[in-house]
Design a binder for this molecule. Structure first.
Ligand code: DLL
Length: 438
């Protein structure tokens, strides 16, 4: 593992005193609220409805008076309804899957891209990366924020970037070995797979130059960290983010490996009681909520991530004063993250109800085979289809597979089962069996 300690990309912001940061956050919050109220009719209407004016928000202590934002808002006001800047000033659109297959999109001004880039520069610096490094980006490029986010950050610290994008494991390993990659950016499950494949190819981690990795976009565990570190001989660090806020880099781990520092000069984090929605103190587990305080294109007030974690404001040995978030331990909704893609059971359901020959009784079985997530969709055939020919049944499977791919963006295996064979439930239907042992 690496001998190099983490370096701070922007010590003035990362190690600022708590009081100074609170003052900075309060000032930026006031500006953001004013911007939202003046430029986004949805926010103005919501604030008017609850009787809150921008001047009522004097500092972060008033955050609790602001309305929440939900993922459904991004869908309802798709595509530009939540933008606070004119389209001429938007230089980038990124996106991810929403609850119905309609993507959700986020717009960035040039300054927003710059801020996001710095967040990823901080992330990579905390992993000890600098201009002497070769950063292999194996997150997907495109609307998904992983690839471009890591790419931009690596460029900012002056490293050499290899924009591999995801997939093609053989090629990834070839480049990693031949080009002497030192820093790897991808999902933790893919890092594990790359590690296992490397071992299968008979390569000793001592013979590669890899030192560290910034892994995120899906939940993982300490056990997985240990395994990745052993297989690849590296420091494996967690990175968190979401499209609605900017993308990867909202929070990042340092070499202390003790939670992810949240870039609090750009976002304010709150933890809410999942039932009462009242803010909870540090150390208590609840739903993570973010308010952006520097974003221009699509600022977010109290965005409910539905991710569950704990905040930790005890001092970190790295010297950063940024509060840390623990690993994501669950979600308050039913969103699954499969191969880094956000999947809602309701999306699959919307596909199935539109297909003749199947009943809307289904079960999603998620597993992890050779470090890769798999999704099997079990769905009941109608009585009529059950007695149909094998070739018709195969066609039906193909149709469902194609539609799921279109709507959700991932390939699932389809298992058509006999009528009435999926267990019925009297309460909330159990639609998901997640066998992944993280
Ligand atoms: O996953 C952004 C990202 C890219 C983060 C690369 C890290 C690295 P979305 O596709 O919008 O954005 O998905 C966001 O993914 O609400 C979490 O549920 C989950 N997630 C992201 N990072 C982590 C992590 C990107 N480190 C959703 N641990 C979030 C656990 C994570 N879950």
């Amino acid at each position: 593992m690496s001998e190099r300690k983490n370096t701070m990309f922007n010590p003035a912001m990362e190690a600022m005193s708590r009081d100074e940061r609170t003052a900075l956050q309060s000032k930026r919050l006031r500006e953001t609220v004013r911007r939202e109220y003046d430029n986004v009719p949805v926010y103005r209407a919501r604030m008017d409805e609850i009787g809150v004016k921008p001047e009522d928000i004097r500092g972060i202590e008033d955050l609790k008076h602001l309305p929440f934002t939900e993922k459904t808002d991004l869908r309802d006001y798709f595509p530009y309804g939540l933008f606070a800047s004119p389209l001429q000033d938007i230089v980038r659109i990124q996106g991810s899957s929403g609850t119905t297959g309609k993507p959700i999109v986020a717009g960035y001004t040039a300054n927003d891209v710059e801020v996001w880039t710095e967040m990823m520069a901080r992330t990579l610096s905390a992993a000890g990366a600098g201009k002497d490094d070769i950063v292999q980006v194996a997150y997907g490029y495109g609307l998904f924020t992983g690839g471009l986010g890591a790419h931009q950050g690596a460029g900012k610290i002056g490293a050499t970037v290899i924009p591999m994008s995801s997939g093609n494991t053989h090629r990834q390993l070839l480049m990693l070995r031949e080009l002497g990659t030192t820093i790897l950016c991808c999902t933790p499950s893919y890092a594990l797979y790359l590690g296992e494949s490397l071992r299968e190819a008979g390569v000793d981690p001592k013979d590669i130059k890899l030192r560290a990795g910034c892994f995120g976009a899906e939940p993982w565990t300490e056990a997985m960290r240990k395994r990745i570190e052993e297989l690849l001989g590296i420091d494996a660090l967690d990175v968190y983010g979401l499209t609605e806020i900017c993308g990867p880099g909202v929070a990042f781990e340092c070499m202390e490996k003790h939670g992810m520092h949240i870039n609090e000069d750009h976002v304010i984090a709150e933890i809410l009681d999942p039932v009462t929605h009242e803010p909870l103190p540090c150390g208590q587990s609840g739903e993570l909520v973010f308010t952006t305080i520097t974003k221009e294109g699509m600022p977010m007030l109290r965005y409910r991530t539905h991710d569950i974690c704990v905040l930790d404001d005890t001092p970190c040995a790295c010297g950063r004063t940024l509060v840390r978030m623990g690993r994501i331990t669950g979600r308050t909704d039913d969103m699954l993250v499969i191969r880094g893609v956000n999947v809602f059971p309701s999306q699959i359901e919307s596909v199935l109800v539109g297909v003749q020959g199947v009943a809307p009784h289904y079960m999603l079985v998620v597993d992890r085979v050779h470090s890769t997530d798999t999704l099997e969709v079990q769905v009941e055939m109608t009585d009529q289809m059950f007695s149909d020919t094998v070739s018709h049944i195969e066609q039906l499977k193909q149709l469902i597979r194609d539609r799921i791919k279109q709507v959700v963006g991932i390939t699932a295996s389809i298992k058509l089962v006999a009528p009435r064979s999926i267990p019925r439930s009297e309460g909330k239907a159990k639609r998901v069996i997640d066998n992944r042992k993280l």
